[in-house]
Design a protein around this ligand. Structure first.
Ligand code: HEC
Length: 95
């Protein structure tokens, strides 16, 4: 009985962990937007104000180039964070 319960629990955990990865619905995309916004506030405003970013308009490629250039200046981002940030910037300050 106890063993069955443990098995069931690990099944539930596996599904719960796999779920966000499998999800490519609006919920996942709005999570990326929320994370992108906080990345902008936390990683992009120490050298210049947010307005340097918020008054710009660039397409996805333009934002990717800018973010990569900022990384050369010292911004630290994981691949996942970079994707979410670029997604947010292109959606919010795109042209
Ligand atoms: C280590 C300091 C530093 C950090 C942190 C930083 N920047 Fe910059 N940023 C600069 C400097 C210096 C310039 C002006 C020189 C230039 O454009 O390369 C600049 C200019 C810019 C510009 C205007 C020029 C352009 O290409 O449109 C944008 C937009 C920008 N940064 C976005 C960002 C974003 C997005 C982040 C966060 C990922 C960020 N910055 C974080 C140093 C920084």
């Amino acid at each position: 009985m106890k063993k069955k319960k443990t098995l069931f629990l690990s099944f539930v955990l596996t599904v719960a962990m796999a779920f966000p990865l499998a999800l490519s619905s609006p919920a996942a995309s709005s999570h990326a937007l929320t994370e992108g916004e906080s990345l902008l506030q936390n990683r992009c405003t120490s050298c210049h104000g947010a307005s340097k970013i918020t008054r710009s308009k660039k397409d996805r490629n333009g934002w990717e180039r800018t973010v990569r250039r900022m990384e050369q200046k010292g911004v630290m981002l994981t691949d996942n964070e970079r994707n979410n940030l670029i997604h947010y910037l292109a959606e919010t300050y795109g042209n």
